[in-house]
Design a protein around this ligand. Structure first.
Ligand SMILES: *[C@@H]1O[C@H](CO)[C@@H](O)[C@H](O)[C@H]1NC(C)=O
Ligand SMILES: *[C@@H]1O[C@H](CO)[C@@H](O)[C@H](O)[C@H]1NC(C)=O
Ligand SMILES: *[C@@H]1O[C@H](CO)[C@@H](O)[C@H](O)[C@H]1NC(C)=O
Ligand SMILES: *[C@@H]1O[C@H](CO)[C@@H](O)[C@H](O)[C@H]1NC(C)=O
Ligand SMILES: *[C@@H]1O[C@H](CO)[C@@H](O)[C@H](O)[C@H]1NC(C)=O
Ligand SMILES: *[C@@H]1O[C@H](CO)[C@@H](O)[C@H](O)[C@H]1NC(C)=O
Length: 424
């Protein structure tokens, strides 16, 4: 029953979106599917995005010994760089971290190649220190951090819980009945970490057609989703994201009226495009934080678009992601929909950063898009253990351990900068 439901939902969504996007040649996200209430699985249709083999070049290795800017140089853009081999591997394993969810525990689910954990991110002009749980926990001692977003945001939090578990095992202090909202507490450091689940950041209601869920949503672009916004008053750090749920048919409401849609073709409704819906949803969410009187001193990071990597087809035509290493620098460009969405997100956080300065609120981009575009090898692919979806690949979420752990290297670097420590 349930699997049938998922199936019709998926087909419904994707057939529609495919013909709505007939002319696109570049990699495009075409459809999404609803797997469980907390776990959404999103699809990138990419005909042939990565041509070359992922073997690393010698010049990349050599670049490691080129002269460096000081690591704490203000001008070093840590998000621009490339992946270099790092035989030290991941800081944690599925044995040291007991909280890896089944769907991300790729090794447990049979993934054989292990080299994908043996890489680290090398910014062009400086070094990015590897995550250090003790340093991180010292910075966030007594603080509260919330991840605000969908299942990819949760994936990020799960990576952080694993990394921090090397220093202290947290207690699971809250979980709602659907396991969408979850809170961990690190008693020694009195650090609280939570996920506030939201598909769109703004209010979104699924249309029920003839008694069943349609996969079509009504979005209220000017109404923040209360499910998260009411819970941030005592939060010190917010890490906000979202994007994948927007790749579907949406009706956009502003001021109580339908002002447009995404992926619809109706003569009386203008298709405003996915980018518009994402831009306005982030604007509403960030504005809410900026205006929030109870959230004094909050620091907000916007984690930019996390690309999916389907190859040899779409999710429903055998698309897979079975590469075993990163793509080389220069082998893939940040372009197309990934660049568009990432730029929109960066523009919106910049806009808010300028506005926030007066009120003491800080906003920064956690600009992971470029680094992750180079990691087609980092997804669970076939190794995600989902009973309902046998034969389908998850090329959207990320294995734990895996390249998603770098998001926390970035986060730590930014927190250290804020805390006035140098990067190394
Ligand atoms: C690997 O770990 C060792 C010991 O902790 C350290 O000295 C070395 O710098 C690390 N290498 C890299 C590439 O991180
Ligand atoms: C951990 O990973 C290994 C492979 O590295 C796998 O054989 C094992 O089943 C996994 N164990 C758990 C508890 O996840
Ligand atoms: C733990 O941190 C919270 C804020 O997150 C604070 O209200 C509380 O007093 C702290 N508890 C202790 C024992 O320091
Ligand atoms: C709803 O169900 C009725 C009766 O089964 C059918 O005629 C109609 O086409 C359905 N509407 C939609 C939108 O599927
Ligand atoms: C557009 O037209 C359809 C069919 O005529 C109607 O059901 C719908 O309410 C209209 N939408 C708007 C926003 O006017
Ligand atoms: C990866 O998947 C493609 C398509 O399913 C297949 O042709 C290819 O042999 C696979 N490669 C590996 C290394 O498994």
């Amino acid at each position: 029953m349930k699997s049938f439901h998922l199936f019709s939902d998926m087909l419904h969504c994707c057939k529609k979106e495919r013909w709505l996007n007939p002319g696109r040649m570049a990699p495009i996200l075409l459809c999404s599917l609803f797997v469980t209430s907390i776990f959404s699985f999103f699809i990138l249709y990419s005909p042939n995005p990565f041509q070359a083999t992922p073997k690393q070049d010698l010049d990349q290795k050599n670049a490691m010994i080129q002269p460096q800017k000081a690591a704490d140089d203000e001008n070093c853009d840590v998000f621009k760089g490339y992946w270099v081999p790092d035989l030290n591997g991941s800081l944690y394993t599925n044995l040291s971290c007991a909280t890896i969810p089944e769907s991300k525990n790729c090794f447990k689910n049979g993934r054989k190649d292990k080299d994908f954990v043996n890489w680290r991110w090398k910014p062009d002009e400086c070094d990015l220190p590897k995550f250090d749980p003790k340093t991180f926990l010292r910075i966030v001692r007594g603080k509260k951090m919330a991840f605000i977003g969908d299942s990819v945001a949760r994936n990020h939090m799960e990576s952080l819980v694993c990394l921090l578990s090397k220093e202290e095992i947290p207690t699971d202090i809250y979980k709602d009945s659907e396991d969408r909202f979850r809170t961990w507490h690190f008693p020694y450091y009195n650090f609280t970490l939570m996920i506030l689940w939201t598909r769109f950041l703004v209010t979104g209601e699924e249309r029920i057609i003839n008694g069943s869920k349609s996969g079509v949503f009504d979005l209220h672009l000017d109404k923040v989703d209360n499910e998260w916004s009411q819970k941030i008053s005592d939060i010190d750090y917010a890490i906000i994201s979202d994007a994948h749920w927007f790749f579907r048919k949406l009706y956009l409401h502003e001021g109580g009226d339908i002002t447009g849609c995404v992926y619809c073709s109706e003569p009386n409704v203008t298709d405003r495009g996915l980018g518009y819906a994402i831009r306005m949803s982030f604007r509403t969410a960030l504005d809410h934080i900026n205006k929030c009187k109870e959230c004094k001193g909050i620091m907000t990071f916007l984690r930019t678009f996390s690309p999916a990597h389907f190859e040899h087809g779409t999710w429903d035509t055998g698309g897979s992601c079975n590469r075993t290493g990163p793509v080389r620098k220069g082998e893939i460009q940040l372009e197309g929909i990934e660049l568009e969405l990432r730029n929109i997100q960066v523009e919106e956080i910049e806009r808010e950063r300028k506005k926030g300065k007066k009120g003491g609120k800080r906003f920064q981009a956690l600009d992971v898009t470029r680094a992750m575009l180079m990691r087609p090898d980092g997804h669970p692919g076939a190794y995600w253990d989902n009973k309902w979806m046998k034969g389908y690949n998850d090329c959207v979420h990320w294995c734990l351990p895996g390249p998603i752990d770098v998001w926390n290297d970035f986060l730590m670097a930014m927190l250290r900068k804020e805390a006035g420590l140098s990067l190394d």
